[in-house]
Design a protein around this ligand. Structure first.
Ligand code: HEM
Length: 419
């Protein structure tokens, strides 16, 4: 039986409307949470973006959704978002053996040592940008996005002098910014993505032919040498998509840096600890990842039958794991809506922390970039909390709308850099 079961056999409640796509677009991050509490359930059925979808939250939901080889990603994501965030042939579109084989490459080049190298580059590029723009008032999110583009390019092994950093930053940022939109803004960003893909394919080819001298342990070299599960070298287009799968999300860390600065402004009592204590920086970064809105959820299509909370999923059925609602689940997190880095003290988070996906990173689709993300965030926190402060925050509206996906502080958080 498919997900169109008769109501009396169906243990999961229905959200009660014929189609919730508009409600989802209107309510943003709060969409799932509101219904979970109204229906007093951790899962409900609805119609979203043209398809029947079970929306789920919580620890058990995260485990069920993320069990190996259970949910594919490719066909679950609307094409408009897929083409901006991932694309055909990318690790996220793969399943089974092919996925595991490709995922190993990401785990290799995002291990602790590579993450630390990225954080080191970020710190150097940040210092340079802050002194180049001294005295100016800028959007912190934009500044960090440019800085991270430069760091990501160099970290990958591409000489920065060959790249127009500001233009690339703008294009990589647009891929995340417009993934949730439909219509002209999304089309424009997709057209521009094609241009960036061509550029990335040229970098792969130049690395393969030796036209570009890239150290053999640099991520670009590793991606360029990567084979499929069949042993054949990836075509340049697919390798380019994976190169962008490194560059784009590294630049997206700028959103977490703007959120970190926002949290630091709101909870300035942490400044002293952040200056001197690596554990405090880690706890603070984890709480930023838990509390602030990034991706509302991940969509998956069942590839095998399974049951969750009495609901039977058949192959082809779609589900959305609500990441934001899971990170704010009142059944799991004490004072879930309070920003409290202390909850991570001693390494026990007290709830399922899933802003970058759930489950096993090697066999599932969980983000391989969590270590790199946290490494850059903790480095930023040390720099932002330093004395003298590298910037001040002028009076401004610090409210973050949960209806706007992806979220950011208004204006990306305006800061005045030290003169
Ligand atoms: C900026 C913060 C980041 C957030 C919020 C984030 C979030 C996510 C999420 C929600 C997923 C999907 C998980 C799923 O489908 O179950 C994902 C997958 C992925 N992320 Fe990240 N990510 C971030 C940073 C990074 C970084 C820094 C990298 C690499 C440099 C990266 C590379 C990837 C890749 C390659 C996948 C696909 C994995 C697969 O399908 O197996 N991400 N990320």
């Amino acid at each position: 039986m498919s997900s169109e079961q008769t109501p009396h056999e169906e243990p999961l409640p229905s959200a009660g409307s014929l189609d919730d796509s508009l409600a989802f677009l209107r309510e943003g991050y709060g969409y799932g949470g509101r219904r979970f509490s109204r229906l007093r359930a951790d899962g409900f059925r609805t119609r979203l973006l043209g398809r029947t979808t079970v929306v789920m939250r919580g620890r058990e939901a995260a485990e069920a959704f993320s069990a190996p080889d259970r949910m594919s990603r490719g066909s679950a994501i609307p094409a408009s978002a897929m083409h901006l965030l991932q694309d055909e042939g990318s690790v996220q579109s793969l399943s089974g053996v092919a996925h595991r084989h490709r995922k190993r490459m990401f785990l290799e080049l995002l291990d602790d040592e590579y993450a630390e190298r990225l954080a080191e580059r970020f710190a150097a590029d940040w210092a340079e940008a802050v002194s180049a723009e001294a005295g100016r008032t800028v959007s912190l999110a934009e500044l960090c996005s440019r800085v991270l583009t430069k760091s990501a390019v160099a970290w990958c092994g591409i000489p920065v002098r060959l790249v127009e950093v500001d233009r690339l930053a703008e294009r990589l940022g647009a891929m995340v910014e417009h993934a949730g939109h439909v219509g002209p803004r999304n089309w424009l960003a997709r057209a521009r993505r094609r241009g960036v893909e061509r550029w990335a394919a040229e970098a792969v080819t130049a690395s393969r032919t030796g036209r570009l001298a890239v150290p053999s342990d640099a991520p670009l070299s590793i991606v360029a040498r990567q084979t499929g599960a069949d042993g054949a070298l990836l075509d340049a287009g697919t390798a380019a998509v994976e190169l962008l799968n490194l560059l784009r999300p590294i630049v997206a860390i700028s959103r977490y840096l703007a959120f970190s600065a926002h949290a630091l402004e709101r909870h300035s009592g942490w400044r002293k600890a952040l200056r001197s204590d690596a554990e405090a920086r880690l706890d603070f970064a984890q709480e930023v990842r838990r509390w602030y809105p990034f991706f509302p959820g991940v969509l998956g299509t069942a590839t095998a039958p399974f049951e969750w909370h009495g609901h039977r999923f058949e192959p082809g059925d779609r589900a959305m794991l609500d990441l934001y609602a899971t990170d704010h689940d009142p059944a799991e997190w004490t004072q879930a809506d309070d920003f409290e880095p202390g909850r991570f003290l001693g390494g026990a988070p007290g709830g399922p922390l899933v802003p970058q996906g759930a489950g096993d990173v090697a066999s599932g689709h969980r983000c391989p970039g969590e270590g790199a993300t946290v490494a850059v965030m903790t480095r930023f926190l040390a720099l932002a909390a330093a004395e003298p402060a590298p910037y001040s925050v002028p009076d401004q509206d610090l409210r973050i709308s949960l209806r706007r996906v992806p979220a950011l502080p208004p204006g990306g958080l305006r800061v005045r850099l030290r003169g």
